[in-house]
Design a protein around this ligand. Structure first.
Ligand code: UD1
Length: 346
């Protein structure tokens, strides 16, 4: 019997890539997603890649009875990977209550279900946004957690606090919180990838949509940062590397290898890349000249952040394998392939 892992948000960008890695590692994924920012067709794409369509339940985890009922119906779930959340920084500033409600209530319901059914392990989807602008780079897990600049970021910080408080009295449980830097790229098959609704907020989908002609130009936010070329620096990691880290984290939890009930790991490449370097990488691998223009800084953006990944390297035995160019190429292939064959109503 394959071990069942509940993947909330499993049709989303990182979730879908993680379901692929999980199934390829011999687990059975149970996906819960309300499809508010993803598509049911992703399940078929996952089946094309892995040969198995994941089990699927469509609902929002804020529905308490549904969430608790799910654990009743799948009593053999051994672990949870919790991705499901609202994630747009700008939208969270405009609709803070929706963000706090959705992201925190869903986590609480999941923990209630896990407690009742004694599910011992959770991997939580956190973000480097909890560090704000770090005082030292690369940033380690020991760095001070600052008040995030957005309600979205604050939901990640508060979620980590809820998890830590919960674990104080639930000794049989373990949680690994993975703080992602900037995930980019797509599955090498070109069958799944990032699919933003409307105008993309994030750099790489904006680049690929501009290159394919959906957007007129990329606006580069700020050229007066204190960085070598004046543009902001991030740590971009390939989503398949990121997805693999979740499988490794699940294995650590299930093998009882945790050193502490609440562990935190940075997931990045350890390399800082500027916006201009990212654009150059895209141009190099795609052969497309990108139309871009410098504009003012985007409010809330930090100047530079990249990960110290030594803890993930040594403790999880995980490291990013793909290069920036690999990631850009898969993002571009996904964009091209998707536009040739989009989902029905796009
Ligand atoms: C932010 C959050 C991250 C969150 C993510 C989700 C921080 C440090 N990071 O990532 O936690 O998970 O949003 O959306 O708060 N850029 C442009 N033009 C564009 C788009 C982006 O120049 O059209 C630049 C940005 O200014 C930034 C870089 O590209 O310097 C990356 O931006 P983006 O992809 O939006 O990610 P973050 O803002 O780093």
């Amino acid at each position: 019997m394959k071990k069942k892992v509940l993947v909330t948000g499993g049709t989303g960008y990182i979730g879908s890539h993680t379901v692929v890695e999980l199934q390829e590692a011999g687990y059975e994924a149970v996906v819960v997603d309300d499809l508010s920012n993803s598509r049911e067709e992703i399940l078929g794409r996952i089946a094309q890649i892995t040969g198995k369509r994941p089990l699927f339940e469509k609902f929002n985890l804020c529905r308490q009875e549904k969430t608790l009922g799910l654990f009743d119906r799948y009593p053999d779930i051994v672990a949870v990977i919790h991705f499901a959340a609202l994630k747009s920084v700008g939208e969270s500033v405009a609709r803070p209550l929706d963000y706090y409600y959705n992201n925190l209530v869903s986590l609480i319901h999941l923990l209630e279900g896990m407690k009742k059914h004694r599910v011992p392990a959770m991997v939580f989807s956190s973000s480097c946004t909890v560090y704000g602008q770090p005082d030292q780079l690369p940033v380690t897990e020991e760095a001070q957690v600052k008040r995030p600049a957005s309600p979205y970021g604050n939901t990640k910080k508060i979620s980590e606090e809820i998890l830590q408080d919960f674990l104080v009295n639930h000794h049989a449980m373990g949680v690994i919180s993975l703080r992602y830097f900037n995930p980019i790229g797509a599955h090498p098959s070109g069958l799944i990838g990032e699919l933003p609704q409307g105008i993309p907020d994030n750099l790489v989908p904006f680049i690929t949509q501009t290159a394919i002609g959906l957007r007129k130009e990329l606006k580069v936010f700020g050229r007066d940062y204190n960085t070598p070329d004046g543009t902001a620096i991030r740590d971009y990691l390939h989503v398949t590397d990121l997805a693999r880290a979740h499988v490794v984290a699940i294995e650590r939890l299930l093998a009882g290898q945790q050193k502490h009930p609440f562990e935190v790991f940075n997931l990045g490449t350890g390399q800082g890349v500027s916006v201009l370097e990212a654009i150059r990488s895209f141009e190099r691998v795609s052969g497309v000249k990108l139309n871009y223009r410098f504009v003012d800084r985007r409010p809330g953006d930090v100047e530079k952040v990249w990960a110290d990944t030594r803890l993930a390297n040594t403790e999880l035995g995980w490291e990013a394998r793909s290069t920036l160019d690999d990631a850009m190429l898969t993002a571009w292939n996904w964009e091209k392939k998707y536009r040739e064959n989009p989902f029905s109503d796009e």
